[in-house]
Design a protein around this ligand. Structure first.
Ligand code: LMR
Length: 398
């Protein structure tokens, strides 16, 4: 009955992570999936999470369905984290928010919502971008295209071309943007560039979809959300997805949020209802445990302060690894400019390595990097960074 179906080639990111685990070599380095590892190579269970779980674990409770849109305390926490404590849009009731199944779940619900609201619109995604964005939007029936974003040869943003591309879009087109820690390049727009971009989006009556999966890993929790807040302040109507996978090290709990900033409270109420209708059709309502822990960490002042310190610690480690990798590469390869490592920020760095170089790194050195040449920086630590930079220098020498 299903023999006609194509075999799944595997996800380009997760597949390589699986290959890494199957590699029997002892000396190997995993820079594939965007997972934060500490210097000991472990995925941390944050102290703030442990304390929240201890508090909640004390009470053994029944598990009724959560509301379709998620826990009220969770949704308020999402709004505060994404839009800021004093957000005018939130206070005015102009923001519809649901608890989503991770950031990816937020994108899926948002994609279904957009397609229902504007069935003829297409979406534009950065070039290069995250493969799964194309898959998610195409899966929701939305045609995907790209806008210029980054020149991997020159290691620089193509901001003027990006503006030109966006100026040419039909009205009500969707535009996928990364407020911080761009995946896969780690190259973000400056504050001035956001200020120049927002009027272009407004003038074209475009509908931005801000995907913020790495809040706190760039410059800070508030700083990283700056572009989302600037867009809300400018009065745009847009969607924002956020995720607790990385900043709460909560990957498997699938905790995220989808918010839609609207022009009025009445519009937000309609949107909230449509989001609920979509959720009901896909998974009915979100899971409880991760949502409760997240809401407690975000809302309890003591746990929140601890969590913010932990996020700062993760951010500082990533920045330190970037500096060290740059120094080592430049020392090993006189004349090689590894400045991109410290100019880019967040989880990822875009090396510009060719397919042949990536293959050699994998085959000869056991260094796993996905095909775009993106490295997940926290995969590096004091025990493997020398090995990694030596391997990379070897393939760059050719
Ligand atoms: C990544 O890009 O590696 C992460 O966002 C994990 C994922 O879902 O692909």
């Amino acid at each position: 009955m299903f023999e006609h179906l194509e075999k799944y080639a595997g996800d380009p990111i997760f597949r390589l992570g699986d290959e890494f685990h199957q590699d029997p070599r002892e000396r190997k380095v995993n820079l594939t999936v965007g997972l934060y590892y500490d210097d000991a190579g472990r995925i941390p269970l944050l102290r703030s999470v442990q304390q929240a779980e201890a508090r909640l674990g004390g009470e053994l409770r029944p598990r009724p369905y959560l509301p379709i849109e998620g826990l009220p305390a969770y949704r308020s926490a999402v709004q505060e984290l994404v839009f800021g404590a004093g957000s005018e849009a939130v206070r005015a009731g102009r923001v519809a928010t649901i608890q989503s199944v991770g950031g990816t779940g937020a994108l899926k619900v948002g994609a279904d919502f957009l397609h229902a609201a504007y069935p003829d619109s297409h979406i534009w995604i950065s070039d290069p971008g995250w493969d799964n964005h194309h898959a998610i939007f195409q899966g929701a029936g939305i045609a995907t295209h790209t806008y210029a974003y980054y020149d991997s040869q020159g290691q620089s943003l193509r901001f003027e071309r990006m503006l030109e591309d966006l100026r040419a879009l039909p009205r009500h087109s969707f535009v996928l943007l990364h407020p911080c820690c761009h995946n896969p390049t780690g190259a973000d727009l400056s504050r001035e560039q956001w200020q120049a971009l927002i009027p272009v989006l407004a003038a074209g009556e475009l509908i931005p979809f801000m995907d913020m999966a790495y809040q706190g890993f760039g410059r800070g929790l508030d700083e990283d959300a700056g572009p989302v807040r600037a867009m809300a302040d400018a009065g745009l109507t847009f969607l924002a997805a956020n995720s607790f996978s990385k900043n709460l090290s909560f990957y498997a709990e699938r905790c995220g949020g989808l918010s839609v900033v609207c022009g009025s409270a009445d519009e937000a109420e309609r949107v909230q209802g449509q989001l609920k209708a979509i959720v009901r059709r896909i998974y009915s309502n979100p899971p409880m445990h991760g949502g409760q822990v997240t809401a407690l960490v975000m809302s309890d002042p003591e746990l929140r302060a601890l969590w913010e310190d932990e996020v700062a610690e993760m951010r500082a480690r990533i920045a330190a690894v970037r500096r060290q990798a740059r120094e080592q590469l430049e020392a090993r390869l006189p004349g090689y400019d590894a400045g991109y490592l410290t100019e880019q920020q967040g989880m990822f760095s875009y090396t510009g390595l060719s397919a042949a170089q990536l293959h050699a790194l994998r085959a000869e050195h056991g260094v796993y990097i996905i095909d775009s040449g993106r490295i997940s920086v926290p995969g590096l630590n004091t025990r493997n960074i020398d090995y990694f930079t030596e391997a990379m220098a070897a393939v760059l020498r050719g």
